[in-house]
Write a protein that binds this ligand. Sequence first.
Ligand SMILES: Nc1ncnc2c1ncn2[C@@H]1O[C@H](COP(=O)(O)OP(=O)(O)OP(=O)(O)O)[C@@H](O)[C@H]1O
Ligand SMILES: [Mg+2]
Length: 245
Amino acid sequence: MKPLRQIEVRNLSKEFVLHLQDGLHMPIFSLVDMDVDGGECVVIHAPSGAGKSTLLRCLYANYRASSGSVNIRHVPDRNGGGDGDWVDLTTASPQQIHAVRRTTLGFVTQFLRVIPRITTLDLVAEPLISRGMAVDEAQDQAKSWLARLKIAPRLWQVPPATFSGGEQQRVNIARTLISDFPILLLDEPTASLDEGNRDTVIAMIQEACDRGTAVVGIFHDEYVRRALATRLFPLEAIQSVAMEA
Ligand SMILES: Nc1ncnc2c1ncn2[C@@H]1O[C@H](COP(=O)(O)OP(=O)(O)OP(=O)(O)O)[C@@H](O)[C@H]1O
Ligand SMILES: [Mg+2]
């Protein structure tokens, strides 16, 4: 059976309007089309500053697109069966975007948005608990993700605010990948990791793809790209300097 399409981007354009610079318009990319099927790992490939992270943030609706559409196949209830419904994140309500992010769309950035006072274990177990899993079971799963990512057990009861960059990144990966989202957006998830942890994360992403997850990633590291990419997606940046409004 052919894998289902999970992401359909059409004519997506993004420009920033710099209000502190008299409304200067800074076009980043225009008319991007992108289709991603389940099981694919599409790697956005372009030089630094070309707009790769901006594109990923538009796919997560962190940045509002200037024009175009970002359709995501949203599965509201993973146990309910069915193929899900298309939701266009460029026109969706905040509630719809929240729902898509809860069950369908995961995003790993290089940085963990730390919530003060919540322990690492609770942070990683929370997505499962919020979906109705018993606390003990969710914590057991969280422990096994943390152990596989070599987060020392002495750190599990500590909030990750004081963790090193690489530790925070691994907590971030555990918290997102534990949810088994059908779609994953990954912005340099291995950037701060040593080789051993990098290989673990490569294996985790590969396992997700093998289960049918659709992945869109940015990986500067050639080794990671070669290991994971089923296809490169060249992003053509708009070369012009910022234009006057
Ligand atoms: N919120 C913002 N406001 C204004 N300009 C922005 C904003 N976010 C990004 N940019 C600009 O958009 C351009 C593309 O940035 P982006 O972070 O998407 O590049 P990138 O391809 O991910 O680069 P890198 O490989 O270095 O991470 C840059 O010139 C950046 O300054
Ligand atoms: Mg970037």
